[in-house]
Design a protein around this ligand. Structure first.
Ligand code: ADP
Length: 319
């Protein structure tokens, strides 16, 4: 192994920079050259690959986003685009690649693996929607950002005796809503994995009011509907004051938490170590607080398990 490449792809996530830093510095420590590939798979197609040195990753461990840039590149999915990427990788004599991204990016990584380029995937996505790993890079930071918002909204919600809907990211996977709802003491969590009727939500709000609650917090995953419609539906049924907040891209940015910096650092180093040991075509994940690797084909076939226990606990604790 003489030269490796690193890229970030798909939606950005806090902690990606910590991972890039670790890849670059651990590779240099292992006497390997590193090319930083710009804007995800687009950089492979456009031959946008630059030599990274120790100082090119200085002062980034605490920054959100990704210094390499990221993109969604449809061309990489085509035979022609993929062919160009392979030609460039061979021309630059890249012996292995570390791909930091989510589910879509891992489909691309699998394609590279199958074409004979040793590839290691680092799960970088705030959604925590990859089945094989307990946590993905960026999830912890996004969760804390949402919690901070819930806390602020809770203050004003309580003063005005309102019901507040907070819409968070998560199209297919409700982890951000579920865990922020549990940690934030929400009355209702609406997630794609466990549909709940509007009548059911209204019942919870009214039950809380009858018990003397000053406010209700509803955390809604975007995959379960939208906050504006939900407000309307609640108002059609019961006479309560409802406000909504869509958190949007606030959830994707910001300085990574200690957890995500540690995870990014460990995974970045582990990725290089695996390539040096001749192990490719794997993805990294966490289990019981430890970083592990798994075959990419196997990992991408797994189905995400819903944390039913956490969901039930939210209901029990928010009476
Ligand atoms: P994420 O990695 O955050 O899930 P996307 O689903 O948008 O984000 O995927 C990121 C990029 O990965 C895509 O723009 C494309 O370049 C690449 N990609 C996604 N699916 C495939 C696929 N089936 N084959 C090859 N490349 C893919």
């Amino acid at each position: 192994m003489r030269r490796i490449g690193v890229l970030t792809s798909g939606g950005d996530a806090p902690g990606m920079n910590a991972a890039i830093r670790a890849v670059v510095r651990y590779a240099i420590y292992s006497n390997i050259e590193v090319l930083g590939i710009g804007k995800g798979y687009r950089g492979l197609i456009e031959n946008d690959m630059k030599n990274m040195d120790l100082s090119s990753v200085a002062d980034i461990i605490h920054r959100g986003g990704t210094i390499l840039g990221t993109d969604r590149c449809e061309e990489f999915k085509t035979e022609e685009g993929f062919g160009k990427a392979l030609d460039n990788l061979r021309y630059r004599e890249v012996d292995g690649i570390i791909v930091i991204g989510g589910d879509g990016s891992f489909q691309g990584a699998r394609k590279l693996s199958r074409a004979g380029i040793p590839t290691v995937g680092i799960p970088g996505t705030i959604d925590n929607d990859l089945a094989y790993t307990e946590y993905t890079l960026g999830f912890n930071t996004a969760l804390n950002t949402i919690l901070d918002s819930i806390g602020k909204i809770r203050d004003t919600s309580s003063s005005h005796e309102r019901t507040n809907i907070i819409e968070v990211m998560g199209r297919h996977c409700g982890d951000l809503a579920l865990y922020s709802g549990l940690a934030g003491g929400a009355e209702v969590v609406m997630i794609p994995e466990a549909p709940i009727s509007i009548d059911g939500i209204c019942e919870i709000i009214m039950r809380g009011k009858a018990r003397g609650k000053k406010h209700s917090i509803i955390v809604l995953a975007e995959g379960s509907g939208n906050a504006y419609d939900l407000k309307d539906e609640i108002n059609k049924r019961i006479d309560v004051s409802v406000r909504y907040t869509v958190l949007g891209y606030i959830q994707r940015g910001g300085t990574p938490t200690a957890y995500d910096r540690l995870l990014g650092s460990r995974m970045g180093a582990k990725g290089v170590e695996l390539l040096v040991d001749g192990i490719g075509n794997v993805v990294l994940g966490t289990k019981d607080g430890k970083v592990f690797h798994q075959d990419i084909e196997e990992a991408l076939c797994m189905e995400k398990q819903f944390d039913y226990e956490a969901y039930e606990l939210t209901k029990i604790l928010s009476v």
